[in-house]
Design a protein around this ligand. Structure first.
Ligand code: SF4
Ligand code: SF4
Length: 110
């Protein structure tokens, strides 16, 4: 039977390997998102939940939140916020794409 120390060692090794695999997957995903000055971010409105994460990470003040009235008057919601990209200040840095929890932001050609 494995000792407590051996189990702890194995656990550390597995954690290290999982971390390496996750980092590799993340790097691959990031590399697949185009960016740069020939691109601009675009918000898919239907996927935006107005959480504000993208405006926090955008260093260039290129994202604004606006209130969009709900399509159905049956829904009672005080405010229904959506994000909007300001094309001119957007530098194509992609930070908002990685910050958005609902994958609502994509990069498109300018
Ligand atoms: S790509 Fe960069 S500059 Fe453009 S909106 Fe997203 S975070 Fe802001
Ligand atoms: S991070 Fe995504 S879901 Fe949140 S406000 Fe921005 S675009 Fe909308």
């Amino acid at each position: 039977m494995a000792s407590r120390d051996e189990v702890a060692l194995r656990r550390t090794d597995v954690q290290r390997r999982i971390r390496i695999a996750l980092n590799a997957a993340k790097a691959e995903e990031r590399a697949s998102v185009k960016g740069g000055e020939t691109t601009v971010a675009f918000v898919k409105e239907e996927q935006c939940i107005g959480c504000d994460q993208c405006t926090i990470v955008c260093d260039d003040d290129a994202i604004e939140l606006y209130d969009k009235p709900l399509a159905s008057p049956l829904m009672q919601v005080d405010i229904n916020r959506k994000a909007k990209i300001l094309r001119d200040p957007c530098t194509g840095c992609r930070l908002c794409v990685f910050a958005c929890p609902t994958d609502a932001i994509i990069m498109i050609d300018r």
